[in-house]
Design a protein around this ligand. Structure first.
Ligand SMILES: Cc1ncc(COP(=O)(O)O)c(C=O)c1O
Length: 378
């Protein structure tokens, strides 16, 4: 798979302060069209905003008919509400002050339907108490562990059915379905990924049947991320909702790991050469304060114009690469760095610069903080 982003015009390139996060809205539009094509219908989608974190992207999704969203933080949930989301799932047991903030947010946006995912009785009881005290009702999707072993209950355990029963009984909350996130499934071959997802689904299917036999309703089956998006999209159960996140901006990590995903890279970090002092090397201002450092140190960015670049040092503000092309460059030269992992890269920037026809036309702010703007700590 080849990766590239369009060039900036020379005036824009000369003026650009680096490092800077750039986004290409026409590519985001193309990714949204592709999401709709894969899902078949907008109401089958609940994209996770943890990648784009930008109200303008949420508005694009809304314009495409997508009204349900997923968030990882209270600040993301707040951004979704301000951008006009109708239905928000906060993924993860809300605990500590986040619980109070969630209930407050629900009060501030009475027309938005709020739900959370939960995997423990302690958490659902705390949520029930907080909702009851505030006179609110929040939906709860039972979080299932289908192999990632991060959060969630084993779907074949008695504990899963028992917790669903508890959610149904407690006041202030209501069962909203099942949450099936499987970030460990990123097999290169789509056929292998499909087989793995289908076999992990078997105990989930048995749980659904068990819950229904016990008289419960299971309104939503919220499934997957970007790699498993095309797999769940083929499932026929009308309650399936798909929650890819990365694919709105997409990245080189997923693009190379799962080549069947036909999304376009819609974001990059513009960086400049800041030193050519060591022969055969370039040092750029793309340190790990502007490019995510969670992939292995040697592979955090890809340079379309420097495909043989090998990272040898990645410090806070410096990225040093070796390349056979080093002699062509002088300090100040601009390069486009495509992050291997775009989601945490976006979270390192206050705003994204919007590129259209080679020029910067706008600036979109990023809901990257942990505190709401009114200064309270969620
Ligand atoms: C709970 C949950 N849902 C959905 C997603 C989206 O997954 P992806 O980044 O593969 O699109 C993530 C990613 O971290 C997640 O944690």
């Amino acid at each position: 798979m080849s990766f590239h982003v369009p060039s900036l015009n020379s005036e824009t390139a000369a003026m650009l302060a680096t490092p800077a996060l750039l986004v290409w809205p026409d590519r985001i539009d193309a990714n949204i069209r592709r999401m709709l094509q894969t899902a078949g219908r907008p109401d089958r989608l609940r994209p996770h905003c943890k990648t784009h974190k930008m109200a303008e992207v949420v508005r694009k999704l809304t314009a495409a008919g997508i009204t349900c969203h997923k968030a990882a933080t209270i600040v993301e949930a707040d951004m979704l509400c301000r951008a006009g989301a109708e239905d928000v799932v906060l993924a993860g047991n809300p605990v500590g002050p986040a619980l109070t903030e969630l209930v407050r947010l629900a009060g501030r946006y009475p027309d938005v339907r709020f739900s959370v995912t939960a995997d423990s009785e302690v958490c659902v009881r705390m949520l029930s108490d907080a909702c009851q005290a505030a006179g609110r009702c929040v939906g709860v999707l039972l979080d299932l562990d289908v192999g990632l072993h991060r959060t969630g209950i084993d779907p074949s355990s008695d504990a899963a059915a028992a917790l669903y029963r508890t959610i149904e009984k407690l006041p202030g909350i209501e069962p909203a379905g099942l949450h099936v996130y499987d970030g460990h499934q990123h097999q290169e071959s789509l056929a292998e990924r499909t087989n793995a997802v289908r076999s992990a689904w078997e105990p989930v299917q048995r749980l659904i049947e068990r819950l229904e036999a016990d008289g419960h309703t299971v309104p939503e089956l919220l499934c997957g991320g970007t790699p498993t998006f095309p797999v769940y999209a083929e499932f026929s159960d009308p309650r399936i909702r798909l929650s890819p996140g990365t694919c709105t901006l997409h990245d080189v990590g997923y693009g190379s790991k799962c080549p069947d995903l036909e999304f376009e890279v819609a974001a990059a970090v513009a960086t400049r050469v800041i030193s050519t002092a060591v022969p055969g090397q370039l040092t750029l201002d793309a340190g790990h304060k502007s490019v995510a450092a969670d992939p292995p140190a040697s592979r955090r960015v890809f340079f379309p114009d420097l495909p043989d670049a090998q990272a040898i040092i990645h410090n806070e503000e410096h990225l040093t690469v070796t390349t056979s092309q080093a002699a062509r460059f002088t300090p100040g030269d601009l390069l486009m760095a495509l992050p291997i992992h775009i989601c945490p890269t976006v979270a390192l920037h206050h705003c994204a610069l919007v590129v259209q026809d080679g020029r910067i036309t706008d600036e979109w702010s990023i809901a990257r903080h942990r505190r709401l703007q009114d200064g309270r700590c969620p």
